[in-house]
Design a protein around this ligand. Structure first.
Ligand SMILES: CC(C)(COP(=O)(O)OP(=O)(O)OC[C@H]1O[C@@H](n2cnc3c(N)ncnc32)[C@H](O)[C@@H]1OP(=O)(O)O)[C@@H](O)C(=O)NCCC(=O)NCCS
Length: 165
């Protein structure tokens, strides 16, 4: 598998199709809330993970600082709007537990460092569904703050300081 940067509207539709499959069809999120104006925002970075045949397996996005103050991941928790936020992390059911989610996260973290880092490090934050918290903790994230509901799902905020290797 490999990560692919989303650079075309067609690739963005592929990413959104994975999100609808996972969040809307599987988890029952409101379809009207799944897609937002941060998706086509040029400051947002989207990544796809594809298998060796090019079949899309996973997607996620990196929001630039100050882009989600009133929408999306920054709306409910205690995350700092001045930091880059990772969100919409979704691995198709058939592809789970094979490293796609981890590969995706490492790419989004590397992009956060390259785009928003200073002096070789960057703090990234995200809103973790409670059931996914062990996944993020294995990747080095620290959970902070109180639980809150988003789209009927309990979440906690999490952060990681990503540094140059
Ligand atoms: C959570 C999710 C992104 C993980 O992706 P994945 O590709 O299955 O994760 P990986 O295969 O890279 O797993 C990495 C490690 O985390 C563990 N892990 C993954 N999901 C886990 C979970 N829900 N609970 C506990 N451990 C989990 C794996 O067992 C693995 O552990 P190991 O390194 O000891 O082998 C994926 O299950 C998913 O998309 N779920 C539905 C949508 C979702 O919850 N998104 C997150 C919203 S905040």
């Amino acid at each position: 598998m490999q990560t692919v940067a989303v650079t075309t509207p067609e690739q963005l539709e592929v990413a959104l199709a994975i999100r609808f499959e996972v969040f809307v069809d599987e988890q029952g999120v409101d379809p009207a809330a799944e897609r937002d104006e941060l998706d086509p925002d040029p400051r947002t970075f989207h990544s796809l993970v594809v298998d060796d045949e090019g079949i899309p397996l996973a997607t996620g996005r990196l929001l630039a600082p100050h882009t989600d103050v009133f929408h999306g991941e920054g709306a409910f928790g205690a995350m700092d709007p001045a930091l880059p936020h990772i969100g919409r992390v979704a691995v198709r059911k058939v592809a789970r537990n094979s490293g796609a989610g981890s590969a995706l996260m490492l790419e989004l973290e590397a992009q956060a460092l390259a785009r928003h880092g200073a002096s070789g490090s960057v703090r990234v934050e995200l809103s973790a569904q409670d059931q996914a918290m062990p996944f993020y903790e294995k990747l080095g994230y620290t959970i902070f703050g109180d639980a809150y509901m988003d789209e009927g799902i309990s979440h906690h905020d999490a952060f990681k300081v990503v540094t140059e290797q």
